[in-house]
Each structure stands twice: as structure tokens, then as C-alpha cells.
Design a protein around this ligand. Structure first.
Ligand code: HEC
Ligand code: HEC
Length: 411
């Protein structure tokens, strides 16, 4: 208890020591309030709301939520939270992890593509980090295996947070004497880069949001979701389940595999990208100092093929998890679809046929009513703690989708 109080005081000191907020993003204090609001009543380390102890034990084992050498505890999680909101981790002190993974926007951001330091546009849409601990691989192309491995990416990526090297990051953290003390307590040593990544991973693993009205429906409460959402679920089972499975073993409604569903083919020449990128990827294989992350910045549209060098995976991306998807518009790896209506319309048309599109993507011939029902189902996957945001977003997306229809915008 004393430990927790002390940690709270440190968090407050560190938050107030930060640079002024960048104008266009949510303020850190506001984000922290949001985080407090959604904290489970038994704390972030307890069994997450909506899960039985048995199921949580299963997930912890199946998804490696308690990694050796970084077993979660309140100090590591608290430290990770502090780092997650700290702009010191970016070269010009303007961006924290939360700038692009904003709790007020479902731990993602409303831009199609992220903007890194100095206004640079990042190659892809920022995915939510809600439930990131329950993913089998990370990033849209699955190039990172663990959250510990992933955290180094954005900090050192020149177009995201742009820190020059690991030493520079450690020096930033040492600027704050409180951090020295916290790292000693959490990891028994002075601040070092790998422990920064470990603490960030520990914090992110606590963000489990799998308690949606749909789960209550599956557990037997037939009134937990609307009649439209129930019809939408039946349609989803018929048309979408092959890649977005609905089982307890796949809690995020993703098969964790990579598929080309025809996104990004209207505006890119994948043949040309491939010709330019593959020699560089092969060179990176021979020279360990070349970071695949840099290549992704330029040729990211090639998707999983950049990681595996398998041509059939050109334009293939990780099946997006669908929990809380209502909160994280716009959609797809490039943020090119503005609403869930646009997403379902895209599938309904049969994607954007291209050489590498998954053969499971075919025209569905859903009526307008059925499209609405499918969307209603997707909105039933939002954790109860975001009920208000979910309603607001449903209205906003519906208005936007109607406007687009009446203006005759056919994408
Ligand atoms: C400039 C915006 C930006 C910042 C700052 C940023 N991220 Fe990200 N994040 C992204 C984008 C964009 C992606 C997707 C990149 C890709 O797939 O190639 C991503 C992906 C991720 C993922 C993978 C999620 C998934 O489902 O695969 C995690 C986890 C993550 N970021 C955590 C962090 C952490 C921790 C920090 C701070 C150290 C951070 N991010 C800073 C934009 C950002
Ligand atoms: C062949 C496998 C496959 C099928 C079938 C499929 N999906 Fe997907 N889904 C994916 C992949 C892969 C992505 C990410 C694609 C990308 O960004 O390029 C995705 C992305 C999404 C997203 C965007 C999520 C986000 O956070 O951006 C939604 C929503 C979605 N799918 C819903 C559906 C629905 C509804 C259906 C049925 C009509 C469906 N999917 C059928 C593989 C599939």
C-alpha cells in the first residue's frame, strides 16, 4: 500500500515535469484521467473484467503474458505507465507513445497515418494497443514477436520518436532522479534501454479489454445485444469467420495470419515497389545493422512479403483484431477506410481484385440492411468501459456513412 502511494506521487511529479503539450493532440493530463476512469476496480494487475480466473490463466500461458525476467508487478507496470506518457522518449520532446496510442481514441489515433517528430508521416495507421498482450505477433506485418522487442521500434525509428541510439534514451531517462529510484526498485539496476522496453511491455500487457456486450450474449444473455447485431453475427459467421474466428482460444477475433484483402491497390504500384524493395531486403539479411523498420517506412505497402520475402504475401497484412474496433477509426493498415460501413462495403464488393488477393475475398451481395446489421455486430464488440464512446462513435460514423452515400461517393 505504502509502495503504491509513493508510486502515485512519483507519477505526478514526472508528469508535471514534461514539456508543454503539442497543440493538435490530447493533453497528457487528460489522457491520464481517462486511464484512471477505465482502471478496473481491482486494479490493472487483477484478472481483467469479464474473464473467469481459469480463462485468464489460459490466456496468460497461451500468450506468454508472464515472461521470464519480466514478471509483472505494480512497480514495473507503474514505471511502464510513466514511460508510456513521457515525451522525453522522443528526440525533440514532443511525442510520447500515448501521442499516437491515445487512451481517448481507443489507444490508437484518429489520423489515417501517424505523424512522427518534425511532422513526418509514418507509413501506416497506428493500431490500438488494447489487448496487444494477446497478439501472436506485432505490427501490421507481424515483424515483432514480443512487446519487449517491439518497444525499441518507435523510440529509435527516425520518423517516429527519432532517438539516435540506446545510450541517448538512457540519458534522457536519467534526467529525472525519480526514474533512477524506480528502475532500481523495479529491475534492481540503473535505468537501461532493455528495461525501458520491459517496463513499457509490462504496462501494455495490463490493457486487456475483452468485456463486451457480445461476450454477455455468448455467455447466454440473449438481450445483451440488439436484434440487428444478432443478425449481423450470423452474417459474420458465414462470411468473415474464416479469418476472424469467434472462439475463446482466439479472444481478439483474428486468426493471427496474413492475408491480402485488397487494401492499398488503387494508389500503389506493387510490382514497382517489389522490384525496388527486394534487393534491399536481401541486403539487410546479409548485414544485421540494416533495420527492416527503415525499409518498411518506404515499401510498407508490400506488407508481410517484406518480412518473409515470399511473393504470394505481397499486400498481405495481419488479420486485424476486431475487439473495440468501433473506437479506432479510420481502418485498415493505411487508414484508407473512414467508417465500419466503408469496411463492410469494401468486403461486399469483393475487395480490390489484384494478383495476390486472398481467394476467400469475393463479392458478398449483402443488401443495405444486411450491411447495417454487420456493422451493428461490430459495434457490439466494444468493452463496456467505453460504452459512452461507443454510442457517440456509432452516431458519428452513421452520419458520415449516410453523407457519403447521398453524395454518391463510391469508393
Ligand atoms: C508517431 C506515432 C507513434 C508513436 C509515437 C508510437 N507508435 Fe506505436 N505504432 C504506430 C504505428 C503507425 C504502428 C504500426 C506500425 C506498423 O505496423 O508497421 C504502431 C504499432 C505499435 C504496436 C503494435 C500493435 C499491434 O497490434 O501490432 C505497439 C505495441 C506499439 N505501437 C506500442 C508503442 C509504444 C510502446 C510506443 C512508445 C515507445 C509507441 N508505440 C510509439 C505509431 C506510433
Ligand atoms: C481472407 C481473410 C479475411 C476475411 C474473409 C475477412 N477479413 Fe477482415 N481483415 C483481414 C485482414 C488481413 C485485415 C487487415 C487488412 C489490411 O489492413 O490491409 C482485416 C481488417 C478488417 C477490419 C479493420 C480493422 C482495423 O482495425 O482497421 C475490419 C473491421 C474487418 N476486417 C472486418 C471484417 C468483416 C466484417 C469481414 C466479413 C465481411 C471480414 N473482415 C472478412 C482479413 C479478413
Amino acid at each position: 500500500m505504502v509502495r503504491t502511494l509513493w508510486l502515485g506521487a512519483l507519477l505526478a511529479t514526472a508528469a508535471s515535469a514534461q514539456a508543454p503539450e503539442a497543440v493538435s493532440r490530447t493533453g497528457t493530463a487528460e489522457m491520464m484521467r481517462m486511464l484512471e476512469r477505465i482502471e478496473p476496480k481491482d486494479g490493472w494487475l487483477a484478472t481483467p473484467p469479464g474473464l473467469s480466473g481459469e480463462l485468464w490463466d489460459y490466456y496468460r500461458t497461451a500468450f506468454g503474458v508472464t515472461p521470464k525476467g519480466n514478471e509483472p508487478n505494480d512497480l514495473r507496470v507503474g514505471l511502464g505507465k510513466l514511460l508510456f506518457f513521457d515525451k522525453r522518449l522522443s528526440r525533440d520532446r514532443t511525442l510520447s507513445c500515448a501521442s499516437c496510442h491515445d487512451p481517448k481514441h481507443g489507444f490508437a489515433e484518429p489520423r489515417a497515418k501517424s505523424i512522427g517528430i518534425g511532422g513526418q508521416v509514418v507509413a501506416r495507421n497506428a493500431p490500438t494497443i488494447m489487448n496487444a498482450g494477446l497478439q501472436r505477433s506485432l505490427f501490421w506485418d507481424g515483424r515483432a514477436k514480443t512487446l519487449e522487442e517491439q518497444a525499441a521500434g518507435p523510440i529509435l525509428n527516425p520518423s517516429e520518436m527519432g532517438m539516435p541510439n540506446r545510450d541517448a534514451v538512457e540519458a534522457r531517462v536519467r534526467e529525472l532522479p525519480e526514474y533512477e529510484a524506480l528502475f532500481e526498485l523495479a529491475y534492481d539496476r540503473a535505468p537501461e534501454f532493455d528495461d525501458i522496453a520491459r517496463a513499457l511491455a509490462s504496462f501494455q500487457r495490463t490493457l486487456v479489454f475483452v468485456d463486451a456486450p457480445f461476450d454477455a450474449f455468448r455467455a447466454g444473455n440473449k438481450d445483451a445485444i440488439s436484434a440487428d447485431a444478432k443478425k449481423g453475427f450470423d452474417l459474420f459467421v458465414t462470411h468473415c469467420r474464416s479469418c476472424h474466428p469467434v472462439t475463446l482460444r482466439a479472444p481478439l477475433l483474428s486468426d493471427g495470419n496474413f492475408h491480402n484483402v485488397g487494401i492499398g491497390f488503387e494508389s500503389n504500384d506493387h510490382q514497382a515497389l517489389g522490384r525496388a524493395a527486394f534487393p534491399k531486403v536481401r541486403a539487410a539479411d546479409r548485414d544485421a545493422s540494416v533495420d527492416v523498420g527503415d525499409i518498411v517506412g518506404q515499401y510498407g505497402e508490400l506488407g508481410r512479403a517484406l518480412v518473409t520475402k515470399l511473393e504470394y504475401q505481397v499486400g498481405a497484412f495481419r488479420t486485424a483484431p476486431l475487439r473495440n474496433v468501433a473506437l479506432t477509426a479510420p481502418y485498415m493498415h493505411d487508414g484508407s477506410l473512414a467508417t465500419l460501413w466503408d469496411v463492410v462495403d469494401h468486403y461486399n464488393r469483393g475487395g480490390t481484385p489484384n494478383t495476390w488477393q486472398d481467394p476467400q475475398i469475393t463479392e458478398l451481395k449483402l443488401s443495405d440492411t444486411e450491411v447495417d446489421q454487420m456493422v451493428a455486430f461490430l459495434f457490439s464488440l466494444t468493452d463496456r468501459r467505453f460504452e459512452v464512446e461507443n454510442k457517440r462513435e456509432h452516431e458519428a460514423q452513421r452520419r458520415r456513412a449516410r453523407r457519403a452515400k447521398s453524395a454518391g461517393v463510391v469508393k
